[in-house]
Write a protein that binds this ligand. Structure first.
Ligand code: ATP
Length: 458
């Protein structure tokens, strides 16, 4: 599997198309819409929730369940503010910003190229850079004063570091081992224009992998490949994915090396996931700030080691947007019509199987409902009998449902139904008795091929 240097993104969806489809079909709604909305805040609708659950489940399965060396935790969102002093976020987690004096846009200083405003094109009319703090603050307790200041976590990672000892000891772990977590993070982001790509409240899936210092480069290389492989397994087209190493100027305060899994969006390559080498920065900082030694006692060598850490960190929301944009297709049909299809892998699709009676005829509805009852325990299903069958197929295509089951008048005689395939639009007839098995088999066939680690070029 090779990485692509494709000159232009082949994604057919732009953000406007995606935002509108997401709203129209119940994936993502603008938050507080009846009050005119609230900037860069979104609510997930029924299909969005199903899809996010799929993403989280697939991540958890590959990062925790299927592995012998990783365990999970769920830490608090609001913690002691001393955690953030130790992590370096209080001192360093800010972006220098400038205002364009012409159009009043507020911009990240590093986004201004050649002293030109990217919004209005004016050259050289900016305020001096000022630092904007990226952590969201809150107040805990009855009185709001200096002592009540707390932060909403800007990353889930610190939960793993402060619980390093608890997990290592209760789970009797030996190096190398990882601690994983999925949960909400918050950042007072200044530039939030790209739908759910960058928001102030978002969800992260992070894993801290603790290893011996001398093995850390090898593990960094391993996790880069493994994470890229996971994105292939979701069905993201290989030509839209690449790994890129950070330059020394880009590195975060804690990192000695970071590689991003990048995606070729219509607006250019952008980060989907970071795979950072955090060294011993976090454990050492928490040891200094808390006075409690966070290290690992190796029973074989009788020595104490401060493990080094490799961290793959990816957003649920950004993964969802990427999957939707990558899967979006407009296909010209014979006869001149165009259909919109989200070509989701079966495990990603919010609905795996739709059950459609040919019409609302009173003879068809009861058997169709029975088929739905039969399939609900096995698949993520949707029942739809509104409008013509052709329009319902289009609707299912547009939400990425891989298979539709149609109940028609013949079903009443032959106890069989039709399975219609989203991508090929072919139809096959299957007896009701073998329906669940036939659907399982077909969904399995539609799963993307996952390359082995050796096939991944880094
Ligand atoms: P960026 O450079 O895009 O701001 P980052 O390097 O600050 O991202 P990390 O701190 O490495 O991001 O966070 C890990 C992952 O969490 C990112 O790759 C992304 O998928 C997700 N993420 C980070 N910030 C946001 C955000 N504001 N909105 C949505 N997802 C985010």
């Amino acid at each position: 599997m090779t990485q692509s240097d494709a000159p232009a993104s082949e994604m057919k969806a732009d953000l406007e198309t995606m935002t509108s489809l997401a709203k129209r079909r119940g994936f993502v709604f603008p938050s507080s819409e009846i009050y005119g909305g609230f900037e860069a805040t979104y609510d997930y609708g029924p299909l969005g929730v199903a899809m996010r659950r799929n993403i989280r489940d697939l991540w958890w399965r590959s990062m925790v369940q299927e592995r012998a060396d990783v365990v999970g935790i769920e830490a608090a969102i609001i913690t002691s503010p001393r955690v953030w002093a130790a992590s370096g976020h209080v001192a360093t987690f800010h972006d220098p910003m400038v205002d364009c004096l012409e159009c009043r846009s507020r911009l990240r200083a590093d986004h201004v190229v050649d002293n030109t405003c990217p919004e209005c094109g004016t050259v050289g009319r900016f305020t001096d850079p000022r630092n904007f703090h990226l952590m969201l603050r809150t107040s805990v307790g009855p009185v709001e004063d200096e002592g009540s200041l707390a932060y909403l976590r800007p990353e889930t990672a610190q939960g793993m570091f402060v619980n390093f000892d608890n997990v290592q000891q209760t789970m009797r772990r030996r190096l190398p081992f990882g601690i994983a977590q999925i949960g909400k993070s918050f950042r007072n982001e200044i530039t939030v224009k790209q739908f759910i790509f960058r928001t102030r409240e978002f969800e992260q899936m992070e894993m801290e992998y603790f290893c011996r210092p001398e093995e850390s480069l090898r593990w960094h290389d391993y996790w880069k490949r493994e994470r890229l492989r996971w994105h292939y397994s979701l069905g993201i087209r290989p030509q839209h994915l690449r790994l890129r190493d950070h330059t020394s100027e880009e590195l975060s305060h804690y990192s000695s090396a970071t590689s991003d899994v990048e995606v070729h969006y219509p607006w250019g390559w952008g980060e989907l996931e970071g795979v950072a080498h955090r060294g011993d920065f976090d454990l050492t900082q928490h040891t200094t700030f808390s006075g409690k030694t966070l290290d690992y006692f190796d029973p074989d060598t009788n020595e104490h080691v401060v493990p080094h850490v490799i961290e793959p960190a990816v957003g649920v929301d950004r993964t969802m947007l990427t999957l939707m944009m990558d899967a979006y297709d407009e296909e010209r049909l014979e006869g001149g019509d165009t259909r919109t299809v989200l070509r989701f892998a079966p495990e990603i699709a919010p609905v795996a199987v739709a059950i459609l009676p040919l019409s609302r005829n009173e003879k068809l509805v009861p058997p169709a409902r029975k088929v739905w009852d039969l399939l609900r325990p096995h698949f993520r299903t949707q029942y739809d009998d509104a409008q013509s069958i052709g329009r319902r197929y289009r609707r299912q295509d547009e939400i990425g449902t891989p298979l539709c089951v149609t109940v028609d008048f013949e079903t009443l005689d032959d106890e069989a139904v039709t399975i219609r395939d989203r991508d090929t639009m072919t139809q096959i007839r299957v007896p009701l008795t073998g329906l669940a098995d036939a659907l399982h088999t077909r969904l399995e066939e539609l799963r993307p091929r996952v390359p082995s680690l050796d096939e991944i070029e880094v």
